[in-house]
Design a protein around this ligand. Structure first.
Ligand code: URA
Length: 244
């Protein structure tokens, strides 16, 4: 085993997310060979250094897992909720390793949500520079005309002075006074789909993420999850090698 940054070792050992690990290190709760280390970028090697967190020795790194959940509406993407609402973690009770959501879906949004204990992968997938395509089906009020679709696609809309990134939008179907839009985005700003549709004058009443890179919900009932296979993990890794 070669040396690795201390905050990475803690997250790879399943102690915490990488960000939380940085906090623990800053707080002086981590020692390397008996000395308190407060700098997250310090290198250490789990095979020969004695790394302790709150006095407890870290002995091994956990295997990496990647999980695809079909998130139902009515679950919050958070590890805990102050208001006591159900969280996505409640749906993963059988998963014994500590995993974290990759990005987030709103409480009332359904569909694909990935989880992993691989901090590097989670970080890369959530970063706009790697351009991971995410496709949503959005039920909106009204039927957007060509001009509106063009504006959505060219990123010409602004909200509070902030430009909304380009998307790929098409009308999937029309249902009475509403329509279903199939929208692919590459960046995941907060409430991005809802905000862009609102800015186009077509507020969203239902939202579901139906595709993440090449992953779909095929065969997964709402609330169910599955582990990704090695081919799928490799496919996600290819995004980490690409740059905008
Ligand atoms: N865009 C939204 O508006 N909400 C989500 O949950 C995801 C994308």
């Amino acid at each position: 085993m070669s040396s690795m940054r201390l905050h990475k070792i803690l997250s790879h050992a399943g102690i915490s997310s990488r960000r939380k690990a940085e906090e623990l290190i800053r707080e002086g709760r981590v020692t390397v060979n008996g000395k308190v280390v407060t700098e997250a970028a310090t290198n250490a090697d789990i095979s020969c250094d004695h790394i302790k967190i709150n006095g407890k020795l870290i002995t091994r790194l956990e295997p990496k897992v990647y999980i695809l959940l079909n998130k139902p509406r009515g679950y919050i993407t958070s590890l805990k909720d102050k208001e006591g609402r159900p969280t996505v973690i409640d749906l993963l009770k059988k998963v014994k390793l500590r995993v974290y959501p990759v990005g987030r879906l709103d409480y009332d949004t359904a569909g694909i949500l990935l989880f992993t204990n691989d901090g590097d992968m989670a970080h890369a997938l959530a970063h706009p520079r790697y351009m991971v395509p995410k496709t949503y089906l959005a039920k909106v009020r009204g039927i957007p005309n060509e001009v509106k679709i063009k504006r959505l696609n060219k990123g010409l809309l602004r909200i509070d002075g902030q430009q909304i990134p380009p998307a790929k939008t098409q009308i999937d179907r029309v249902s009475g006074e509403n329509s279903w839009l199939r929208i692919t985005i590459y960046e995941g700003q907060n409430r991005q789909i809802k905000r862009m549709c609102e800015a186009a004058g077509h507020p969203v009443s239902k939202l579901k993420r139906v595709r993440y890179a090449s992953l779909t919900l095929s065969g997964l009932a709402p609330g169910a999850y599955r582990y990704l296979n090695s081919k799928e993990i490799e496919m996600l890794r290819t995004y980490m090698k690409r740059k905008k």
